[in-house]
Design a protein around this ligand. Structure first.
Ligand code: AMP
Ligand code: MG
Length: 274
């Protein structure tokens, strides 16, 4: 690998205990992967390496990786899944998307559906939206009383601590796009027939609440970037750069986890294949 993933990671990580200063964070990130060609080459290498490491993770069967993707409409959550995990065998990666809760889900506590979707040992789990919607849309649209939402930050930190102490490494990425980039992407959904299906008039309603969403994001970044599960704010105006950055961090993290093939207690000579 030619890139320095630690330096990239340090640039996007929200230091636990510090203010995230979301509005001062760049949506472009040009200094991280200045050139498109190099970014695309890095993405390709990382995606392949992630697949190899996932194979070892499965063989080892003792730990899991959970990748949480959050971001406003059009920020590229689906595109990230496709771009970063497209070399992975379908057996090893589970993607869960969280939409409006069903009646059954609402009948439980808000973490119930989330906990059920966490990856089992040996797997990579990817969340397209997550429990953070319960302090985002729920807060902005006042779907629950303010004091109920207020208690959730600590509950989420405790939940993620529980996961990490039980063998699940948690990586959280906020896809950070500018308001202007969102306008362009929504316009493309209106203008391009093959993107029409992605258009949801509700997204325009959420766009009107842009500032409130930014504040809600800033609050969760300030309060839920912890030592056990820090947040990364990913410059996401350029899709190719966003994918390269996330793939670099996923790859680096898996390499640090260093899953190993189990050592067996027999020798090939002990058996005969008839
Ligand atoms: P999409 O990701 O485009 O399929 O949209 C999913 C929708 O579900 C988004 O508008 C989310 O805000 C909404 N959503 C996700 N989680 C929740 C939740 N816990 N409560 C209310 N709405 C939610
Ligand atoms: Mg929406």
């Amino acid at each position: 690998m030619t890139h320095d993933w630690k330096a990239i990671d340090a640039a996007v990580c929200v230091e636990p205990g510090k203010k995230s200063k979301l509005s001062a964070r760049d949506c472009d990130g040009a200094e991280l992967f200045p050139e498109r060609e190099a970014a695309e080459a890095a993405l390709k290498d990382c995606a392949k390496a992630i697949d190899e490491l996932q194979d070892r993770l499965w063989a080892e069967r003792s730990r899991a990786l959970l990748v949480i993707l959050q971001g406003i409409d059009t920020s590229g959550k689906d595109g990230t899944v496709r771009g970063v995990f497209n070399k992975c065998g379908p057996l090893g990666v589970n993607v869960a998307a969280f939409g409006k809760p069903s009646e059954e889900e609402l009948a439980h506590d808000y973490l119930w559906r989330v906990h059920m979707a966490t990856p089992k040992k040996g797997m990579i789990g990817v969340f397209n939206r997550s429990h953070y919607e319960d302090v985002l849309v729920v807060k902005v649209r006042a779907l629950a009383p303010a004091d109920v939402v207020e208690r959730r930050y600590d509950q989420i930190n405790a939940f993620e601590k529980h996961l990490t102490e039980n063998g699940v490494t948690v990586l959280k990425f906020m896809l950070h796009i500018s308001k202007d980039e969102q306008r362009q992407r929504l316009q493309e959904r209106l203008d391009q027939p093959e993107k029409n299906w992605k258009f949801n008039p509700g997204d325009l309603e959420d766009r009107k609440l842009w500032d409130q969403y930014q504040v809600a994001y800033e609050t969760l970044l300030d309060r839920c970037s912890t030592a056990h599960a820090p947040w990364r704010v990913i410059p996401a105006d350029k899709k190719w750069r966003r994918n390269a950055i996330i793939a670099a961090i996923v790859h680096g993290t898996l390499e640090e986890m260093n899953p190993r093939y189990p050592v067996v207690d027999w020798k090939a000579g002990d058996f005969v294949v008839e």
